[in-house]
Design a protein around this ligand. Structure first.
Ligand code: HDE
Length: 733
């Protein structure tokens, strides 16, 4: 029996722990080990390789129920993919608060540090279709379903703090503009075409999020190294009924890290499942992704103390104005059993709330509250998608909703209406103290008007704040990304108009972009089509609100977590390698938490100079430096001599250099690095105990201290990228 089935009408409370959802799902799991194949109706099948025919050369017979059932089921396997966020990967886990959050919210899953609430998290790209590549430049979805004792709570966020638009009514336009063109369905999973930039250049409110998407945040290294933002301002309500504004923020414990653009593009070909595979393999290996949930809480009376409107989803609250309060941690520790049943069928909805959490009047959020249920009806063709195992709450469900396609629940009795006396008034209404959801009693009044508050008419200040907060390397990447994206725009006018928007972010930035896409910098006028703004009480109040000019918290580089944990390191070998060097370094790297793989020309057991053998994990044909975070070349005369003659090994080093990754080499291995002719390379020269460190390249001569070398190499890996090399990059990789 599932938890849902076990429930009685006695208003019992459900005890939830981190295993609860898994136990519920177990009711629906099917394994075929040791079983006979049957039809969907349970009839055992004795032959499935041939259809039933009138003679072995004859036509297939209509009466072949097995063939018809099998083929029909196959013909109907597809359901519509999500209109946005079609490509995703998900994992199970649990959330545990650090302490009771009762002062802010009565949400039970946040009330007790001993409480572990099961979660299912789906990460996604936004624009591409289900089969598109993972590493494209895009925002990423970060949607979490908490299976709480009070019902499902969905925090449906993105890895980018602001959103493109302010009002939900513009969402269909935004999505039409960014998706492939309607006439030729190109390009796939990319904003780099005229229609998106046409729209963006006419809608200056998109500028802040555009800065984020152009930044390294648009190409995350891993779902495990990606932040998540609730984007909108929500409400926390406590037991006393006091409401406060709240923003949600996930931070990965591994730090926030990204790919470089060249790497992202190559990965899209070499391993289009890069992010999906990384998440899957990490969980499979027991390297469970962890994210800390923080909140920014704003008292109601402080609503107008900022220089932006809290209800404007194109804005964030700078952490320097309202610091993050860490409230708990999420651990993802189990891969789904079945992609379709779980990852594809999970259905999120920002309106899935629990007592203690409520929405605000943010006009983007308000529109989402309609769209998500509507989109599920398109995907599932039935309101009964809530009965699909992955979507079922772990607490009881009782109401008078009934029937529809594929109804699972067998509702008993005659009373399918309320009020009733025949069913003893059940299911009954829950008073607030029994967990009944009561909407926050916000006072609202106003004229019916199709307009936005003037307080939303500020499209550049936070785009500028973002730009100001970046390091030089991060700024360079934004400019280069703009060159790529706008470089693909054929219309001169659109490119020019976009540069005019960038001028309002920062004139120097606009010039740098303009120089790469062949347009002049014009200051430009705001487009008249950006909204109907009216002055109201709110806009008068925020006029002199608080702001900051720079927010170091926005820079990934300034906040990077220095760790080797989970980093992928390649060791390049051929026959004749130095066995001791390899084993010593491999052990040290593994001990520090790195994943080490032996890479060679072909799959085989390699032979070391001392006669011992070692298994190759990946061949050059199937992998490349883009799939690793660092590379190490050990000594061994024959091994290095073979690699020096090999394009693959040299290319590996050059490419790792170009992507600013840590490179380590010891003894004869240094010769391979030298053969690659890396710009500005300094290597250990003397045949003494010398170790040289230059811009993330660590070399050690014979006799050098292994501890010293590994510690310098680990340090270089933990820095993730050595951007100081970027200026000098002239390598052809
Ligand atoms: Fe979504 N969005 N969205 N969105 N969104 C969907 O719902 C929509 C927005 C986000 O892994 C759809 O079930 C509108 C902001 C995620 O299954 C759809 C508006 C944020 C996911 C939809 C927004 C998001 C979706 C498509 C503007 C960050 C994937 C499939 C008013 C806070 C969830 C689906 C998953 C999915 C509508 C804006 C995040 C069409 C109308 C802002 C992570 O309903």
């Amino acid at each position: 029996m599932s938890n849902q089935d076990k429930s009685t009408s006695s208003a019992s409370t459900t005890h939830v722990n981190d295993k609860t959802k898994n136990e519920q799902l177990d009711q629906f799991r099917r394994g075929d080990e040791g079983e006979y194949m049957t039809t969907d109706h349970g009839l055992r099948i004795n032959h499935t390789d041939d259809s039933l025919k009138a003679g072995s050369h004859g036509p297939t017979l209509m009466e072949d129920f097995h063939f018809r059932e099998k083929m029909t089921h196959f013909d109907h396997e597809n359901i519509p993919e999500r209109i946005v966020h079609a490509r995703g990967s998900a994992a199970h886990g649990f959330f545990q608060p650090y302490a009771s959050m009762a002062k802010y919210t009565k949400a039970k899953f946040l009330s007790d540090p001993d409480k572990k609430t099961p979660v299912f998290v789906r990460f996604s790209t936004v624009v591409g279709s289900r089969g598109s590549a993972d590493t494209v430049r895009d925002g990423r979805g970060f949607a979490t379903k908490f299976y709480t004792e009070e019902g499902n709570y969905d925090l449906v966020g993105n890895n980018i703090a602001p959103f493109f638009i302010q009002d939900a009514n513009k969402f269909p336009d935004l999505v039409h503009a960014i998706k492939p063109d309607p006439d030729n369905e190109m390009p796939q999973a990319s904003a780099a075409h005229d229609t998106f930039w046409d729209f963006a250049s006419l809608m200056p409110e998109t500028t802040h999020m555009i800065m984020w998407v152009l930044s390294d945040r648009g190409i995350p290294r891993s779902f495990r190294m990606m932040e998540g933002f609730g984007v909108h301002t929500f409400r926390f309500i406590n037991e006393q009924g006091k409401s406060r504004f709240v923003k949600f923020h996930w931070r990965p414990l591994l730090g926030t890290h990204s790919l470089v653009w060249d790497e992202a593009q190559k990965l899209a070909g070499k391993d289009p499942d890069w992010l999906r595979r990384d998440l899957w393999e990490a969980i499979d290996m027991g390297e469970y992704p962890e994210y800390e949930l923080s909140v920014q809480v704003v008292e109601e009376e402080d609503e107008f103390k900022f220089d932006f409107d809290l209800l404007d989803a194109t804005k964030l609250i700078p952490e320097e104005l309202v610091p993050l309060e860490p409230i708990g941690k999420m651990t993802l520790n189990r891969n789904p059993d079945n992609f379709f049943a779980e990852t594809e069928q999970v259905a999120f909805h920002p309106g899935n709330l629990v007592p203690g959490i409520d929405v605000t009047n943010d006009p983007l959020l308000q529109g989402r509250l309609f769209s998500y249920l509507d989109t599920q009806l398109n995907r599932f063709n039935s309101t009964n998608f809530t009965e699909v195992p992955i979507n079922r709450p772990v607490c009881p469900v009782h109401n008078n909703q009934q029937n529809g396609f594929m109804r699972q629940t067998i509702n008993k009795g005659k009373a399918n209406y309320f009020p009733n006396s025949i069913g003893n008034g059940c299911p009954m209404m829950a008073p607030e103290k029994m967990g009944g959801y009561v909407h926050h009693m916000e006072k609202v009044e106003g004229h019916k008007i199709r307009a936005r508050s003037e307080s939303f008419n500020n499209h550049y200040s936070q785009a500028t704040l973002f730009w100001n907060s970046m390091t030089p390397a991060e700024k360079k990447h934004i400019v280069e990304a703009a060159h790529f994206e706008l470089g693909k725009v054929e219309s001169y006018e659109i490119r020019e108009r976009m540069v005019a928007n960038f001028y309002k972010v920062d004139p120097a930035f606009a010039k740098l972009v303009a120089d790469g896409i062949g347009v002049d910098v014009k200051k430009g006028e705001d487009s008249p089509s950006t909204g109907n703004f009216v002055e109201d009480e709110a806009s008068k109040k925020i006029k002199n609100g608080k702001s900051v000019k720079e927010s170091p918290a926005l820079s990934m580089e300034k906040n990077k977590v220095a760790t080797v944990k989970s980093r992928k390191v390649a060791i390049l070998l051929e026959d004749g390698f130095n066995y001791d060097e390899v084993t010593e370094i491999k052990e040290a790297l593994t001990k520090a938490g790195a994943n080490v793989k032996i890479v060679s020309k072909i799959f085989k057991n390699l032979q070391a100079s001392n006669g011992k053998t070692m298994k190759v994990d990946k061949s050059h044909v199937t992998t490349g430096s883009i799939m690793f975070d660092a590379v190490y070349v050990p000594g061994g005369v024959a091994s290095v001599a073979a690699m020096k003659k090999q394009g693959d090994a040299l290319h590996f080093i050059l490419e790792a250099y170009k992507h600013c990754k840590a490179i380590g080499a010891s003894t004869e291995g240094i010769e391979l690095i030298e053969a690659a002719q890396l710009p500005g390379l300094i290597v250990a020269k003397a045949n003494t105990e010398e170790i040289a460190t230059s811009k993330g390249i660590i070399t050690a001569r014979k006799g050098a201290s292994v501890e010293e070398f590994t510690s310098a190499f680990l340090d270089a890996i933990s820095k993730h990228r050595h951007w100081e090399r970027e200026d000098k990059i002239m390598v052809p990789a």
